[in-house]
Design a binder for this molecule. Structure first.
Ligand code: T1G
Length: 692
């Protein structure tokens, strides 16, 4: 065995050379790995005794892609193309031995090999699209030559990981070896093809599947049409499609040129920078500076939920999904029965869609116990209350829990904005109290705000974050303040949206601008969807706001066929002349002289105060880092991932531009736009939000 470099070794087993990469954590194609492949293949070629080469990896996975940390830096070491050419034009067969996940550049390396073997648990994929990119090392030209353009389109635009068995069926892998015996299996396969004198099969020379698709533009036009909604606003999916089209219509080397051109455009653009930022941000959220990784955690084997309404039921499903028994408590049998029936219906709907079997439905429902007595929660390791959003009610519930639930349990509140420090005053064990702010629908939304109160203990925090990961959430640890992080920032946008429709815009103008920015829907369409009468009461309403007026007219949103918009029988929204008149009359009564408001002003007034509030949250220490705020808004409110989140977007626009606008608005419209001290500091010191 000889060391090619620090991360690569070469040894011969009979007539087979084994080139092993070992570059934790994922054998990414860093400069040393590229150098190792280059030099290792070269050395094996020069050894006449070697008749075939196996390329294999130590650690948890085959090469999982280019080294994303290298992007944006000056290129170092041999180019990936040098390594790929070394393999593809080798005069001896090179066999990729795949375990774990061969992804991105990793699969592209495997595609330049002449053969690919894998263990059954391995997966292959080209997930570059999730980084705002496309496979930039020939993947868009080689993949369709093996699996055909239709499957290639699906793989490159979804970034999905395909299991080894399916890869074998598609021809992406030539043989499956026994689990755990990849090296031996790959060497045996190499010996076999040498003995059989099999030809060197270069993927680039395969043409039947791409030629068969030539002259069928409908393959691409139909794919575009079917995915238009999902791809809205993103550049990378369309560029990936164009590369697959090039593979069908152009010779290989011409197709590579198209791929290179489009890759360069994406990798230097703001969308990929944003999506690469999110990739790392999603991994940073779990790193808690003052809660060490070895903090002891509390075993959670039984979960209690108080409240079987929409939130309580949805929260319960998260734990049932991972096999944790749940006891759910309500005050009235009818509410309890309704809540449990809703959970069952949700599961049965998923089973009907083929997500899992009816047996699985029964298994999960079998873990659920309903009760009208809070005493049923006595031996729960974690109790989450999801009762009416009222401080007195919450404090009564916690006081009862304190007397009932065993010591050492976690007592969590699902409140979306109330002060958890105050709730904790209702118990003798404030260290056990934490906020677990799920987003509705709680069994679907990925975000969980874990809200630490002043006295919350570190084991409770560590356990909560660990549990969040276990139930498949992405969690951000935040501090107690009105609205925590997500809703506190949302309040900024909602305030400006309401002001804008009085000053001159219409609801459909504000919604259009924010929808075109990339949000799933604007604030007024969102209000109609949720229902305008949330928190509204007929008795107290005095027509003080546009919403009051609409609710008083029974225009309560989609559910009443009218809200800010008029809805047809299919709930298609259209601007309402009735609402337009209400707004104009309202503005007149208030003595507001309406004016034409530009789309730019709508966007800046809705988004910049959000960024500014994020800066305040950071300076108050209510979020650990700015990228956590991005994660909250992308996963909780649909901030477009290709803009990286509000704080990353602030960096893209430029903190100096945000500050200048905030000052301009402040001079015109008052202290709603007062710049945060941190925003001033960032600009003064030439820093970025992402430095915090
Ligand atoms: N480059 C650099 N670091 C990476 C990395 C990569 N490609 N992939 C993972 N890491 C780090 C990650 O940041 C984390 O670091 C640690 O590895 C464990 O990751 C030319 C241009 C492979 C499925 O998009 O999907 O190839 O936080 O926590 O849950 O066409 O990592 O520990 O310091 O995610 O077991 C294409 C991205 C790149 C794959 C493993 N490849 N990675 O999941 O561990 S672009 C990808 C993943 C490209 C070519 C193009 C996952 C995983 P730290 P982890 P995991």
């Amino acid at each position: 065995m000889t060391a090619i470099n620090d991360v690569t070794t070469l040894e011969t087993v009979g007539e087979v050379a084994v080139l092993t990469l070992n570059s934790p954590p994922v054998n990414a194609l860093s400069a040393p790995v590229r150098e190792g492949i280059n030099n290792g293949i070269k050395q094996a070629m020069e050894n006449d005794a070697v008749k075939a080469i196996v390329l294999i990896c130590e650690g948890k996975t085959f090469i999982a892609g280019a080294d994303i940390t290298e992007f944006g830096k000056a290129p170092a070491g041999p180019s990936l193309f040098d390594a790929l050419n070394m393999i593809e034009f080798a005069s001896k067969p090179v066999i990729a031995a795949i375990h774990g996940t061969a992804l991105g550049g990793g699969l592209e390396v495997a595609l330049t090999c002449h053969y690919r073997v894998a263990v059954p648990s391995a997966k292959c994929g080209l997930p570059e699209v999730n980084l705002g990119l496309l496979p930039g090392a020939g993947g868009t030209q080689r993949l369709p030559r093996i699996v055909g353009p239709e499957k290639a389109l699906e793989m490159v635009t979804s970034g999905s990981h395909v299991g080894a068995k399916k890869c074998l069926e598609m021809g992406l892998v030539d043989e499956l070896t026994e689990e755990g015996k990849l090296r031996d299996g790959a060497i045996a396969f190499a010996k076999k093809i040498v003995a059989e004198k099999r030809p060197l099969k270069r993927v680039r020379d395969l043409s039947d599947k791409v030629e068969a698709a030539r002259g069928k533009p409908e393959i691409f036009s139909e794919f575009r049409k079917a995915n238009a909604r999902k791809f809205r606003g993103f550049l990378a999916p369309e560029y990936n499609i164009q590369c697959i089209e090039a593979a069908v219509n152009l010779p290989f080397d011409e197709g590579i040129k198209v791929e290179q051109k489009l890759f360069r455009e994406l990798v230097t653009g703001t969308q990929s920078a944003a999506q690469r930022h999110v990739f790392f941000a999603e991994r940073q959220v779990w790193k808690l500076p003052d809660v060490p990784a070895d903090t002891p955690t509390i075993p959670v084997n039984k979960v209690g939920i108080i409240g079987a309404g929409t939130m309580g039921g949805g929260i319960a499903m998260n734990f049932l999904n991972v096999g944790l028994p749940v006891t759910i408590v309500e005050t009235k049998q009818e509410a309890l029965d309704r809540g449990i029936a809703t959970i069952r219906k949700n599961y049965e709907n998923s089973a009907k869609k083929g997500r899992f079997s009816m047996e699985e439905v029964e298994k999960r429902m079998g873990l659920l116990t309903g009760s009208l007595e809070m005493e049923a929660l006595a031996d729960s390791d974690l109790v989450i209350e999801a009762v009416f959003e009222n401080m007195d009610v919450k404090k009564q519930v916690f006081s009862k829990l304190d007397a009932i639930v065993k010591q050492g349990a976690i007592l969590a509140t699902n409140t979306s904005a109330l002060n958890i420090d105050e709730i904790a005053t209702a118990v003798k064990r404030p260290e056990a109290v934490i906020g677990l702010h799920f987003f509705s629908p709680a069994n679907v939304m990925r975000l969980l705000e874990v809200v630490r109160a002043d006295k919350t203990s570190k084991p409770v925090i560590a356990t909560s974050m660990q549990l969040a990961k276990k139930i498949g959430k992405i969690a951000a640890l935040v501090g107690v303040c009105p609205g925590f992080v997500g809703n506190r920032i949302l309040a900024q946008r909602q305030r400006e949206a309401q002001k804008l429709i009085l000053e001159g815009a219409m609801p459909w103008d504000v919604d259009r601008v924010l929808y075109d920015f990339g949000l799933p829907m604007g604030p007024f369409a969102m209000s109609d969807l949720a229902g305008l009468d949330i928190g509204w009461s007929k008795e107290k309403s005095q027509g003080a706001t546009i919403r009051d007026v609409l609710c008083e007219m029974d225009r309560r949103g989609q559910k009443t066929g009218a809200g800010f918009y008029d809805y047809d029988e299919n709930r298609n929204a259209k601007p309402s002349p009735v609402v337009e008149k209400i707004i104009l009359d309202f503005a007149q009564k208030k003595g507001i002289n309406r004016r034409k408001i530009s789309d730019d002003e709508i966007l800046e007034r809705c988004i910049y105060p959000m960024i500014n509030e994020g800066a305040k949250i950071l300076e108050e220490g209510k979020a650990i880092r700015s990228s956590d705020i991005d994660i909250v808004w992308i996963n909780g409110y649909g901030f477009p991932v290709y803009r990286g989140g509000p704080m990353f977007y602030g960096d893209t626009v430029g903190a100096d531009k945000v500050l200048a606008k905030m000052k301009e608005f402040q001079a015109q419209m008052g202290d709603d736009f007062k710049p945060a001290a941190l925003l001033e500091k960032i600009v003064a010191e030439g820093k970025k939000f992402s430095d915090f």
